[in-house]
Design a protein around this ligand. Structure first.
Ligand SMILES: [Zn+2]
Ligand SMILES: [Zn+2]
Length: 229
């Protein structure tokens, strides 16, 4: 019996499309779980580096808030968008992946700066004040926030862009990893006098992710003298 290419394609498609569908829906569970797990690992790493910052600063209310954000609200919002739009193939071409990462960084900066700036205004600050409760930031407090803040401000740009562009599995893992590692280990490490730590100290500067928006709108503060205050 001889097969021509078309018939063979049809048989293979029929046979594997079920598994292909399964593989795509599988990411809807695995990616949110991976992000939660990574948050805990990054926080533990931060703890090993800055133990003294952690002692006696974590209270019951922090644990409860972090539990809901890290294990429920954030994975749920990611799961929903990945259900609505399962990520496409494992990866796009190299040039497309590089372009999407650049778009993600550019749009992420505009989004985070804008929403973060708006949420600091009088009428919306109630959604952001939880995150600013502790002026002495520590890594694990990166997601200590009102659920609206934790979802919309932090990952709104990833959700929106994924809906529009339809990213690959690789992109979602890559951007998710960068975002978690950056926010826990770099932005919210208490012993560092960094860009976002200054925002927690002074409130009216450094709203973005230190790419271009703060510079553009004159809200960038790079001073290193917060120890003197
Ligand atoms: Zn803020
Ligand atoms: Zn913060």
């Amino acid at each position: 019996m001889e097969w021509n290419g078309m018939e063979l394609n049809c048989i293979l498609y029929k046979h594997f499309s079920y598994f292909y569908y399964k593989r795509k829906t599988m990411h809807m569970f695995i990616i949110p779980f991976f992000i939660s797990w990574l948050y805990i690992v990054a926080s533990y790493y931060d703890y090993t580096q800055n133990k003294e910052q952690y002692s006696a600063k974590i209270q019951q209310k922090h644990i409860e808030n972090l539990f809901w954000n890290v294990f429920v609200f954030k994975p749920l919002s990611l799961g929903v968008i990945l259900y609505i739009r399962p990520p496409v193939d494992t990866y796009h071409s190299l040039s497309a992946e590089i372009l999407y990462v650049l778009i993600q960084i550019g749009f992420g900066e505009v989004w985070f700066y804008t929403i973060h700036y708006i949420i600091h205004t009088k009428y919306l600050y109630r959604f952001h004040k939880t995150h600013h409760e502790n002026n002495e930031v520590i890594g694990i407090f990166a997601l200590y926030a009102h659920p609206f803040d934790a979802i919309v401000t932090n990952i709104g740009s990833i959700i929106l862009l994924h809906y529009i562009i339809h990213f690959s599995v690789f992109h979602v893992y890559f951007i998710g990893t960068i975002a978690i590692v950056n926010t826990v280990i770099s932005s919210h490490t208490g012993t560092k006098v960094g860009f976002h730590q200054l925002h927690h100290k002074r409130f009216t500067c450094n709203y973005g992710m230190n790419y271009f928006m703060d510079k553009l709108f004159g809200t960038k503060d790079n001073s290193q003298s917060i120890q003197d205050e």
